[in-house]
Design a binder for this molecule. Sequence first.
Ligand code: NIG
Ligand code: FE
Length: 411
Amino acid sequence: MDTATARPWDGLIVNAHLATLAGDSGYGTVEDGALGWQDGRIVFAGPRAELPGAGETLAVEVVDARGRWITPGLVDCHTHLVFGGDRAGEFEQRLQGVSYEEIARAGGGIVSTVHATRAAGEDGLLAQSLPRARALLAEGATTVEIKSGYGLELDGERRMLKVARRIGDETGLQVRTTFLGAHALPPEYAGRADAYIDAVCAWLPQLHGEGLVDAVDAFCERIGFDGAQTRRVFEAARALGLPVKLHADQLSDGDGAALVAEFGGLSADHVEHTSAAGVQAMARAGTVAVLLPGAFHVLRETKLPPLDEFRTQGVPMAVATDCNPGTSPLQSLRLAMSLACTHFRLTPEEALRGATVNGALALGLADRGRLQPGLRADFVLWDIGQPAELAYWLGGNPAVSVWIGGHRISH
Ligand code: NIG
Ligand code: FE
């Protein structure tokens, strides 16, 4: 506050340690820090000693954090959390030795969730999906990306995207929607993949016109769509000025990372099989690598993403849940961070950066992901003694309170 007549801040937390993530590396730790906010934005994030006045008179509400930690709100930049039914039966099949690809080729996998999702009405889909969004929120997620891709017909895709928007309204979460019409070939288009891509490209302007699409994704894979088909979806997105991202090189190297980079894409996701040339293309384009260790874990994969190449080429790495009923029934971004450390040997700091700053980058959002004046007041108060604990504990929930846009969200 500059003058005695200035309006008090809406809120101020004192006696907190901050992990601001403000610089390019490190936690950006501020011991004995304070965080102030007004009108949904951070106005102060720094040492308590540098507050411009006495704490009690600076803000309408003052919270004593009692030495606990504050981080930016977590950003889950890749989920499929709107879907009907579950695939526990398929989980059992895979444990008997049947592969994800074999199940998909036999008409199960994504297509079985398409049947369950089409059968659920909009309200039913919302009721099934809300608990998953609430689980993410309860553990500190403040921004969540949600994809379509289990409707695979215009009405079904629209319903999923509407439910995603409604989840934002119901929970207070910041929701970003992604149109994933090119997720799998629906049975009614068997043998006619190109015709299906024509339909997907025709639906996109309609759904975008209804305000339902923030970005566009595809599944570029042997059991998904090929490079030429993916390119057509990306061209339709580009014609509308929509950003693109891609399920790239998950089960095989299909040059997906280079393709999405060619379109200046926000992110290439999974990327286990991405080649050195793909990493270089991503580095040139500023495309983020979204690591999805939940799918790696559940599918018992062994091929690691090219992590050292991402580091040496300066490709930012994000970490997300990929919450979906097939490859990653994971409803905890903190557990995704833990899996990223254990399976991919990320440091706990890289994992936190991946679920905050770099997750925001993967969504093209420059207004969040760090604790810095001017950014959104999305943050979490944690009952931990050091930030590495966020990726360390398996289970439990150290989140004490979550604020989104300066509003404390009860859960
Ligand atoms: O990110 N690989 C494609 N899509 C999802 C899986 C979706 C599903 O199996 O239902 C993924 O792994
Ligand atoms: Fe996915």
